[in-house]
Design a protein around this ligand. Structure first.
Ligand code: GUN
Length: 300
């Protein structure tokens, strides 16, 4: 019997580095005009995963010459204090983009905080005005993870146009916006999109129809080989830490997809780590430059 073929790897490392290089050139060009992009990154509490994400976002800013303004607030920070900070950042001309890392501690109303961010500085695209604009097909800021998934598809030669995309997960930060983005008319869109979630019946029957499967449900190794058809393109948004006694740390990172088995059936697949996570950061940098241009009414 012929050995099972393995999928092509869609490398978030390679693709994100290319995007970061492109953004770097734009930052340099802005700086030559004495324009200095700035991003405020706000972290509340000490969730270890959020700390890692935020650190990586700030580091990428530094590497690109984007000013990063760091605000680390304690877990018991009041909603009022956070709202006061957002109001201050809205008014600060050195701050072009504002990112409040979510999830926020339970005692803070997350939507209230996101609603307080000036939509023109909302580089996450989480403000209701930007959510609505995305649905209307006239986006100001596309949320970074969905935008990163779309870039991965396009730059790896897997245009979603006309394809059946099945999205697993209906969160506000990934599932819903990626469905909106890929069903949009035009370049990078034109897909037929099905959104599945925890209450979906006959899930396997639907995921098996997917030409492109986007997994964003937050359950480690959820998607198994028997849930996909041969030749599927898989984008794994999950980043989960699971116990692994063979590692010095006692844990390892895995996605929502059982990579080892699914990659034998797929045409192409993203790895975890080294996949979508890196693209999220690259798209954040891109959105920050976009914010500068929108605020200055420059050509995009
Ligand atoms: N938490 C997980 N992903 C994201 C993101 O893209 N932006 C923010 N602000 N928080 C997140």
């Amino acid at each position: 019997m012929a050995p099972a073929k393995s999928a092509a790897l869609i490398s978030g490392k390679e693709l994100s580095e290319a995007i970061v290089r492109e953004v770097g050139e734009e930052v340099a060009s802005l700086k030559s005009k004495d324009i200095h992009p700035g991003l405020a990154v706000v972290l509340v509490g000490s969730d270890p995963a959020s700390q890692v994400y935020v650190r990586n976002k700030r580091r990428t800013c530094d590497a690109l010459g984007i000013r990063s303004f760091a605000f680390d607030l304690p877990e018991n920070c009041t909603e009022k204090r956070l709202l006061t900070l957002v109001t201050k950042l809205n008014a600060d001309p050195a701050v072009n983009g504002i990112l409040v890392q979510v999830p926020l501690p339970k005692h803070i109303n997350e939507q209230k905080v996101l609603n307080a961010i000036d939509p023109i500085k909302d580089v996450d695209g989480f403000h209701p005005m930007n959510v609505g604009k995305l649905l209307n097909g006239e986006p100001s800021f596309v949320p970074c993870t969905p935008a990163g998934c779309q870039e991965m598809l396009m730059r790896s030669g897997n245009d979603p146009a006309g394809k059946h995309v099945v999205v697993l997960g209906r969160s506000n930060i990934v599932g819903k916006p990626i469905a909106a983005l890929l069903m949009q008319k035009g370049k990078g869109g034109d897909a037929t999109v099905t959104v599945c979630h925890s209450r979906t019946q006959n899930l396997e029957a639907i995921t098996k129809q997917a030409d492109i499967l986007i997994a964003a449900i937050g359950i480690p190794l959820f998607v198994k080989a028997n849930m996909v058809k041969s030749g599927v393109v898989v984008i794994d948004v999950g980043i989960n830490r699971i116990p692994d006694a063979s590692k010095a740390s006692g844990t390892r990172l895995v996605g929502d997809v059982d990579f080892d088995t699914v990659s034998k059936k797929a045409k192409a697949i993203t790895p975890v780590p080294g996949g979508v996570g890196l693209m999220t950061i690259a798209m954040l940098m891109k959105n920050t430059v976009r914010a500068v241009k929108l605020q200055r009414r420059m050509k995009l």
